[in-house]
Design a protein around this ligand. Structure first.
Ligand code: NAD
Ligand code: WQD
Length: 345
């Protein structure tokens, strides 16, 4: 109702038209918040806003622009009294980051600095930041704990996440009343069960699940499994695949955890299921939920791939009370239904 709408606390979602940001917008509205999106649509489509409107039965306010644009950010903070910020906006293509590293340093690191300066100017204290399991590289211990040392980044993209984490630590040490949580996502997959929003890769997908569903629907002829001679149960790489709605819920829990922290505060959490699955297990689960035989072949290893990584999730479960609710099959079913809906558009 309108009166409830007016009471809602406002949360800025940078990159809110993107894959994880759009699902988090849904979760925030369902929890009684009013998300405000800023996105330059460099890696997303305005149709996402229609999907959000249909799911939520209300418009989500959005600003089109670059969050490196200081004037735009000031306008946004002037026009809205913000309770907190979730900073998703970044470029995330690992391969591209090697070819054009400065694009990544400017966008991923630059936008965080502009955001933190704007937050300080307007007295907004609470921030949740999108980090990545990529900061662990191939860890020496499994499952990976938050205390497991980070490795030298394997890509400029990964390095931007390490640098951003370090910036956040320094800022919370220096400024009284800055409350920040970094969430290190493992491999986000799945889509909203309505099939109205989901992952929208531009061009040939680099990530496994969009490649699988595009192959299933016939956009791609076949999937190549990148290597089957790793030291894993079936020789293919192991990852921790987490449903994007569980990930969205972790942002809500993180924001609410920050609310009552006195003074400055920094913490970081892994967000994964705690389980590792091989590429072949993912293919089998996809075949089961879709009822389709997937055309795939074993190919060579992909340079730079981590052999195996999955999360220890005890910290986030103990401190934020967060546990994942969706299985691998749930996530693959939702990804598949989203792919089928896209094919009908
Ligand atoms: P995404 O590309 O779908 O979403 C990012 C959104 O930010 C896009 O809509 C893009 O248009 C927008 N954007 C980029 N730069 C911008 C800028 N300067 N100003 C305004 N908007 C901008 O990616 P995603 O998968 O939703 O990822 C969100 C965050 O999570 C990113 O920071 C990413 O690095 C991080 N992350 C993603 C994964 C993953 O596998 N998807 C894993 C770990 C961490
Ligand atoms: C998953 C598995 C591939 C495609 C990337 C980023 C990382 C993080 C998450 C942002 C691997 C295999 C894939 C294909 C395959 N993102 N695969 N055939 O490599 O875990 O991580 O996304 O922070 O930084 O590097 O994800 O989806 O690319 O691959 O066999 O066509 O699927 O080898 O084992 P990855 P992915």
């Amino acid at each position: 109702s309108n009166s409830l709408y007016l009471k809602m606390e406002k949360i800025l979602i940078t990159g809110g038209a993107g894959y994880i940001g759009s699902h988090t917008a849904v979760t925030l509205v369902e929890a009684g918040y009013l998300p405000i999106i800023v996105d330059d649509f460099s890696n997303s489509d305005k149709s996402v806003l229609n999907g959000l409107k249909t799911i939520l039965n209300q418009e989500v306010p959005y600003y089109e622009g670059d969050c490196n644009d200081r004037a735009l950010m000031k306008r946004l903070f002037t026009e809205h009294s913000l309770k907190g910020v979730i900073h998703f906006a970044a470029n995330k293509a690992v391969g591209e980051s090697t070819a054009v590293p400065l694009k990544y340093y400017r966008n991923n690191v630059g936008s965080l600095v502009v955001l933190l300066e704007t937050m300080a100017e307007f007295g907004v204290t609470d921030l949740v930041f999108s980090s990545s399991c990529t900061v662990y590289g191939q860890p020496d211990e499994l499952p990976v704990k938050e205390t497991t040392p980070r490795k030298d980044a394997e890509s400029p993209y990964g390095n931007t996440k390490k640098i951003c984490e370090d910036i956040l630590v320094d800022v919370t040490k220096s400024a009284a009343g800055t409350r920040i949580i970094s969430l290190r996502y493992f491999n986000p997959i799945g889509a909203h069960p309505s099939a109205l929003i989901g992952e929208l890769p531009l061009g040939v997908p680099a990530n496994l699940i969009p490649f699988v569903t595009q192959t299933g629907v016939g956009i791609r002829e076949k999937l190549t499994v990148f290597g089957n001679d790793y030291d894993t149960p079936d020789g293919t790489c192991v990852r921790d695949y987490i449903h994007v709605l569980d990930l969205a819920d972790a942002h809500l829990k993180a924001l609410e955890y920050l609310t009552d922290k006195p003074g400055s505060f920094y913490d970081l959490f892994n967000v994964g299921t705690g389980n590792g699955n091989t590429v072949l297990e993912v293919i089998q689960a996809f075949e089961k939920v879709s009822g389709k035989a997937l055309n795939y072949q074993i190919g060579p290893r992909r340079p730079g791939d981590v052999e195996k990584v999955w999360a220890d999730t005890s910290k986030i479960s103990e401190k934020l009370g967060w546990t994942p609710k969706h299985s691998l099959e749930d996530a693959l079913r939702d990804s598949w239904n989203w792919q089928l809906a896209l094919a009908k558009k």
